[in-house]
Write a protein of this length. Structure first.
Length: 326
């Protein structure tokens, strides 16, 4: 698997009793790790048995070497592309009551020449039949169709492509028929109707209906497999063969950071070399991996034993054709 995450970062995780705006606070523990959605994809896929995965991303000149070193220490092969400036920082605040706050820093400005260098790196590195994963935000300077370009490149080489990104680059990629997309419900509804909510409302009785509706519409707009995740409620899948609703297993949540990325890490390898025929099994694997990652503090960290246990808890229900948007 080749994972492209252009906007790599340092994840600085701060544990503290409570985050109080305007106050001077003391952390109980602070850790720094390599971050970015694609890093979490690689971690979770490796933990569940996938080998040979490489990561492609920009390594800014000022501190890219440190980021590269962190990645290599944990066994991740990085195919770095030179960029100017500094690696961005994502600060994650974990409070004792379980509340999580994330502040995402801005990435370095990328020139047209640097973006072309990344495309060239992907073209030279993508192996026949392997999955290309496009994961995370696009850095400043990169056009919204950046991932659409990568999906086209993958398909020209007979490789499946996965896109897990914000609404704008995801929408641009739909016309190229990505083989799998997996936005959460807020992202999906934001793409489809312009809503601006940042969180999924999991308290309503219509969560499954909304997710199914969104998945069907995203499939209609171009995604071969459209998954819409809805946190602890479950996930919906829409393909040419039908639509399904999956209930989430019950995990002991430590940190939800990276759960969506871990879904991709669990599901995407099953597309390799034409092996994605059982789409229901693909989603079950992704959901179990995502739930297992919630039980770890490290984003994308996964216990493979828990993946198997959590997968057994997931129930799947085929949806009626009336749920499909016409």
């Amino acid at each position: 698997m080749l994972v492209v995450t252009p906007n790599l970062c340092f994840d600085v995780t701060v544990r503290l009793p409570a985050l109080v705006p305007g106050a001077v606070l003391r952390a109980t523990r602070t850790t720094t790790s390599a971050g970015g959605k694609g890093v979490n994809v690689v971690r979770s896929s490796r933990a569940t048995g996938t080998t040979g995965t490489r990561l492609v991303g920009f390594l800014p000149q000022n501190d890219g070497a440190r980021l590269s070193d962190l990645l290599r220490r944990e066994g991740t092969e990085i195919l770095g592309v030179d960029a100017d400036g500094d690696v961005r920082v994502a600060t994650i605040f974990l409070e004792l009551d379980g509340r999580t706050t994330v502040v995402n820093g801005r990435g370095p400005e990328i020139t047209a020449r640097q973006w072309q260098a990344l495309l060239d790196t992907v073209a030279a590195s993508l192996r026949s039949g392997e999955t290309l994963v496009c994961s995370g935000s696009l850095p400043p300077g990169v056009a919204a169709d950046g991932y659409a370009q990568l999906v086209t490149l993958a398909h020209e080489r007979g490789c499946p492509a996965v896109v897990d990104a914000a609404p704008a680059p995801l929408e641009a990629a739909l016309a190229q028929r990505p083989d799998l997309i997996s936005p959460n419900l807020s992202e999906a509804e934001g793409l489809l109707d312009g809503s601006t909510s940042e969180q999924v409302d999991e308290t309503g009785d219509d969560i499954a209906e909304r997710a199914v509706r969104a998945a069907n519409e995203l499939h209609r707009r171009g995604a071969v497999r459209a998954v819409v995740t809805a946190g602890s409620s479950g996930a919906a899948l829409a393909t040419a063969d039908g639509t399904w609703w999956f209930t989430s297993p019950r995990a002991v949540v430590v940190s939800p950071i990276g759960a969506g990325d871990s879904f991709v890490g669990g599901a995407a390898p099953l597309l390799e070399n034409g092996n994605g025929s059982d789409d229901v099994a693909l989603v079950v694997r992704g959901m179990a991996t995502a739930s297992a990652s919630c039980e770890q503090e490290l984003a994308g960290g996964v216990d493979p034993v828990r993946v198997a246990q959590l997968a057994a808890q997931i129930t799947v229900t085929a949806q009626q054709p009336s749920a499909v948007l016409r």
